[in-house]
Design a protein. Structure first.
Length: 234
């Protein structure tokens, strides 16, 4: 039942964020659990071995790219992450729904500056149009202003979710410049969660949980009747 509750939490989170730009769904892997009590079962019996969620991992597969028409919306086609600066260090995201600050700084919706390839914030004249080429070059009035940093990790498992579709490295590591990736201006990457699969999965999990709960109640009733019947023996 505990495994089903954990799986329900994962499915519900995937469903709730299916439309969030750059969202990466969570998946689970299972192991078998043999309780110490079951391990001490008498010889010749078959102790119950139950499945438990051993690991929760993030699926970094790319989501569909949707046109928005907004020049500050950027999507990544290929492997890589945008980099944003926070007081606690760099964070990484695939959600390219950006905005301008009053000073013309390109930021995330939470106000974190988007980094250029030189590690500095990207400053533009927000009264003028700008263009972002597929390699991340930022042009304004035909002149290069900056280049958007896009990085990648040899092993994306070092990234942990931070909330708000951000990731942060949970081990000391230095990302490398992404190579097999293009930036698409005026588009956003849709979350890679399959909302239909998540919804049907939730229904299945609830049915399984209900069946397990009934089985537990039957077991409790059997134990209660056994105690009551023993007490009645003259």
């Amino acid at each position: 039942m505990r495994a089903r509750i954990e799986s329900l939490d994962i499915m519900a989170n995937n469903l709730a964020n299916a439309s969030a730009a750059g969202f990466k769904s969570d998946q689970e892997s299972y192991a078998l659990y043999l309780s110490p009590e079951a391990a001490d079962s008498p010889e010749g019996t078959n102790p119950t071995i139950l499945p438990v969620i051993q690991n929760r991992w993030t699926d970094f597969a790319q989501g569909a790219l949707l046109p928005t028409g907004s020049s500050t919306d950027l999507a990544l086609s290929g492997k890589g992450f945008f980099v944003a600066s926070t007081p606690s260090g760099p964070i990484y995201t695939r959600g390219g729904s950006f905005r301008f600050s009053q000073t013309g700084q390109l930021q995330t919706q939470d106000g974190y500056p988007v980094q250029g390839s030189d590690g500095n914030p990207i400053l533009l004249d927000n009264s003028k149009t700008f263009e972002v080429t597929p390699d991340g070059t930022v042009l304004q009035d035909g002149q290069q202003v900056s280049q958007i940093a896009v990085v990648d990790f040899d092993d994306p498992k070092v990234l942990a979710k931070r909330g708000g579709n951000y990731f942060k490295s949970n081990v000391p590591t230095t990302p490398t410049a992404a190579t097999l990736v293009e930036i698409r201006q005026g588009q956003l990457e849709k979350g890679n969660s399959d909302s239909t699969r998540a919804a049907s999965g939730i229904v299945t999990i609830l049915r399984q949980f209900e069946a397990l709960q009934k089985a537990m109640n039957v077991g409790a009733d059997m134990n209660r009747h056994a105690v009551e019947d023993v007490a009645k023996v003259p």
